[in-house]
Design a binder for this molecule. Structure first.
Ligand code: FEO
Length: 391
């Protein structure tokens, strides 16, 4: 991505990473991502807001050279995670007069992660401002979007909110503003589910703090920018709420078809009762899609065969992810098949116990499901329906 002008003397100078396959060695990136860095040239001072993931530093430097940037006075660090802060030490070598501007918590993270000397920092408090001459930066602490030290910057004169991870999306595009909502909405939703969902209570509080700002542009540090009135603000209100939908998510594995037959039957039984069902065969599915589905669902039903006396390892992995993503789910159940014995239900129930779901009677059958087993699945579908009606 070449440097792009957002407004007079305000530029996007970050990098696209179209080929990155995983974020945090965990989250699939089907559309790549971007590390957005922004340059603001004030009448007196120049500020760079966030850097890029270290392997992309050359691209950031190239963009700064294209804009003939000889001096940076302030490097604003919104977040200590290395996809934004990781090039900071290299920047300080290339722009030795620059000072790092961040909050106290972020400073200590950067000292630990990047071994930057404390003398390089200017520490700012919540609400503090910094003038660039004709432009004023206001810093607002927004903890837990996505780490405890995260903050955002409001450029007062231009009404631009530089929001770092907040309101971002893992979507690599050359277009500064990407107007295809059909594509960007699911990308932003998936990103929210993967990164923001566990912190939705505090995200609501942070949105409350930002809601009175007059914002014309939201400039996140991943994905395209948003104009006032775009979907992103209302979508965040929806996604961060505790409201659930009449939906069931079924992540499952089937080794020899028994559990698969149960899932297929339950999927049909639920659909016949007017419930939306999303199934994910975990050996084929993208875990990001599963996370996005969990953002809306009232119920999860985990389907697993019994292997070595417990759930399939892929199911254990998925159940742990569900536990740490902390979706809004209210109800849960477990279905599956076993050959001789096992502790599948106990193991899975223990993994997801912190979610405090109401567990609806699991259906665990011996071998391939029989007529009586399918009746139990009808009973499970009825149980889910009656609970969803009470929502
Ligand atoms: Fe995009 Fe939490 O870093």
């Amino acid at each position: 991505m070449v440097a792009q002008k957002i407004r007079e003397n305000i530029y996007a100078v970050g990098a696209l990473d179209r080929d990155r396959k995983l974020f945090d060695e965990l989250i699939p990136l089907p559309d790549g991502t971007s590390y957005n860095s922004y340059l603001i040239k004030g009448s007196e001072k120049v500020a760079l807001l966030d850097s890029v993931d270290p392997p992309m530093y050359g691209k950031l430097l190239e963009n700064l050279k294209d804009l003939s940037v000889k001096k940076i006075d302030y490097i604003i660090v919104h977040h200590g995670e290395q996809d934004h802060s990781g090039s900071t030490a290299m920047l300080l070598k290339d722009f030795p007069d620059a000072r790092l501007v961040t909050n106290k918590k972020c400073m200590s993270i950067l000292i630990e992660l990047l071994q930057v000397p404390e003398s390089k920092f200017i520490v700012v408090e919540d609400g503090e401002t910094l003038t660039l001459g004709d432009k004023t930066l206001q810093f607002i602490l927004t903890p837990w979007v996505h780490w405890p030290e995260t903050m955002v910057t409001y450029l007062k004169e231009e009404k631009i909110l530089f929001s770092c991870d907040f309101f971002g999306s893992h979507y690599a595009t050359d277009e500064l503003f990407f107007n295809d909502r059909e594509i960007l909405y699911p990308a932003a939703k998936r990103y929210f589910a993967e990164i923001m969902m566990p912190f939705r209570t505090i995200i609501r509080k942070n949105m409350e703090r930002l809601k009175d700002l007059d914002i014309e542009i939201i400039a996140p540090s991943h994905g395209p920018l948003h104009r006032q009135g775009d979907f992103i603000w209302d979508a965040y209100k929806d996604w961060s709420s505790e409201a659930v939908k009449n939906e069931v998510v079924i992540p499952y594995v089937s080794m020899h078809g028994s559990t698969g037959a149960m899932v297929k039957y339950l999927e049909k039984a639920l659909a016949e009762r007017g419930i939306t069902v999303k199934t994910f065969h975990l050996t084929e599915s993208d875990l990001g899609d599963l996370a996005a589905a969990l953002l809306d669902a009232a119920t999860i039903v985990i389907g697993t065969p019994t292997i070595l006396a417990g759930p399939h390892p892929n199911i254990i992995y998925a159940a742990y992810l569900v536990k740490v993503l902390r979706p809004k789910l209210r109800f849960g159940s477990i279905i599956g098949s076993f050959g001789w014995a096992g502790k599948t239900v106990e193991i899975l129930a223990d993994i997801i116990s912190s979610l405090k779901l109401e567990i609806i009677e699991p259906v665990i059958v011996k071998g391939y499901p029989k007529e009586s087993d399918f009746k139990l699945l009808d009973g499970l579908a009825d149980g889910i329906l009656s609970r969803h009606k009470e929502l």
